[in-house]
Design a binder for this molecule. Structure first.
Ligand code: SF4
Length: 349
């Protein structure tokens, strides 16, 4: 029995229900595979499930998603983080609709020319949706391969050799099932801590298991510490409880999302008195006890939260593009998690 046969045999008995399988049955449509793969980047399967079903219900085809206003896509995505993915998702739906007649292309080159589709997503679509022998290496597969071949080189340097080894193993038959089997194996058996080697279909071939150091692999180069940025978020409310929001610039961090206004986010100690000068309007700002902490990919953010009730003279000085939103309608807005934390903190205080 080859390694692929053993793995597929295991997969036939243990396959998990991932979002696209639950919706699409045997062979998932490229649209569904693409949608779930984009969502699963940096977000867990448990979180993605609800979002995936919400998206598919609202936009059942790539053409429907392409025709949606970007604000609707961002607000439906809100809470999953990494919002560049949502903007790329929308841009990609448009490109597939306009350049490919609503059909995802099969070739790696054409897939990778689409917004937000990198080598992993292209390979996942080719394998899972088209059954092409493409090698999709996500974090789970990376771990399985590093252990199977006892690759001691730390990540990220090990990526090239892992990709090479993974590609050598892809079978010509049932490539889609094989790709999902590898992902499932990494997620459920070859787990980061305490891999369950005794029930693993690859146990006989696994070099790390033989050496007894599976749990130490893959090794990782030490990460640089993340810096911490600090600022003040300004929650301005009207007497009816509505809160002032504004839109972030389309490009950059949280691009195009809604937010409560805030001072610049800077590294180093926070001078609240200085930051209050950046308030959106003059008002009796009161800094609330406690604050909000949030971690982005490259930095931690600590926000003090200031609150004020809007006055008639202050309202006259609001920047264009500002909008009022009542608390019960916040879920309809494209508010990133950090801003939801800020509003929750203000409401609680
Ligand atoms: Fe992972 Fe253990 Fe299987 Fe090796 S034998 S691939 S370490 S679960």
């Amino acid at each position: 029995m080859t390694h692929a046969t053993r793995l597929l045999d295991w997969y036939d008995r243990h396959r998990r229900t991932l979002p696209w399988r639950a919706v699409a049955g045997k062979r998932a449509a490229p649209y569904l595979v693409w949608l779930s793969e984009i969502m699963l980047q940096q977000t867990t399967v448990a979180t993605v499930g609800d979002y995936f079903h919400r998206f598919v219900k609202r936009w059942p085809t790539v053409e429907a998603l392409a025709a949606a206003p970007i604000d609707d896509v961002l607000s439906t995505w809100a809470g999953m983080g990494y919002y560049a993915r949502a903007r790329n998702l929308h841009a990609c739906a448009r490109a597939v609709t306009e350049q490919h007649g609503g059909n995802f292309p099969r070739s790696e080159q054409e897939l990778r020319a689409l917004p937000g589709i990198g080598p992993y997503t292209a390979a996942a679509i080719r394998a899972i949706a088209f059954d092409e022998p493409a090698s999709a290496v996500d974090g789970n597969v990376e771990r399985v391969i590093a252990r199977l071949f006892a690759i001691e080189v730390p990540l990220p340097d090990a990526k090239a050799v892992i990709a090479l080894r993974a590609a050598e193993l892809v079978p010509t038959q049932r490539a889609g099932d094989y790709a999902q089997a590898m992902m499932d194996l990494g997620a459920t058996v070859c787990t980061p801590r305490r891999p369950r080697c005794v029930i693993c279909p690859l146990m006989a071939d696994c070099q790390a298991r033989k050496r007894g150091n599976a749990e130490e692999l893959p090794r990782r180069a030490p990460k640089a510490d993340k810096p911490t940025r600090r600022g003040v978020a300004f929650v301005l409310s009207r007497k009816d409880g509505a809160v002032l929001l504004r839109k972030r610039p389309a490009r950059g961090l949280l691009g195009g999302m809604d937010e409560v206004p805030s001072s610049d986010w800077r590294e180093g100690a926070l001078s609240v008195a200085e930051a209050l000068k950046e308030a959106p309007v003059p008002a009796k700002w009161k800094v609330l006890e406690g604050g909000v902490r949030h971690t982005f990919t490259h930095f931690h953010l600590e926000l003090a939260v200031a609150h004020a009730i809007a006055t008639t003279s202050g309202l006259a000085r609001l920047a264009p593009g500002s909008a009022w939103c009542t608390i019960d309608r916040m879920t309809e807005r494209a508010l990133p998690t950090v801003m939801r934390k800020v509003i929750a903190h203000a409401v609680k205080s």
